[in-house]
Each structure stands twice: as C-alpha cells, then as structure tokens.
Design a protein. Structure first.
Length: 74
C-alpha cells in the first residue's frame, strides 16, 4: 500500500466540501436577505475551510467547487 499525501488531502477537503454543501442546503430554504446569506456563508462556510487550508494545501478544484457553491447560495 503506497502513501499518497495529495490524495489524502484531497479526500479530507472533499469531505469538508460535502459538509459545507449540506449546511448550505439547510440554510438555503430560510428566509434570509442577501446580507444574511453572505454572513452565513462567511461564518459557516469559509471559516471551516480556511482553518484546514491553513495547515494543508488546498487543491484548485476544491477552491473552484466551493466558490461555485457559495456564490449560488448567495
């Protein structure tokens, strides 16, 4: 069994993005203003990913999918 650091990092971020998408789907159906959606995405989305990204290298495709998910929410 070989150890692939980049693949492990990608799996960790994929799980975090899946959790982010689940959280965004829960908040999507609430009656929030645009400012409320912005604050929610900043607090619940970006902060969790930035904590992990401070210790690991975030793959580009994860950044793109997260950006698309948060922009569609806002």
């Amino acid at each position: 069994m070989s150890y692939n650091k980049k693949e492990n990092e990608k799996k960790k971020f994929a799980q975090k993005v899946q959790n982010l998408n689940t959280t965004v789907d829960i908040w999507r159906y609430r009656n929030l203003t645009v400012f409320g959606r912005y604050l929610t995405s900043k607090r619940l989305g970006i902060s969790h990913l930035m904590y992990s990204a401070s210790m690991l290298v975030m793959p580009t495709e994860i950044i793109m999918s997260t950006t698309a998910s948060l922009f569609s929410f806002i």
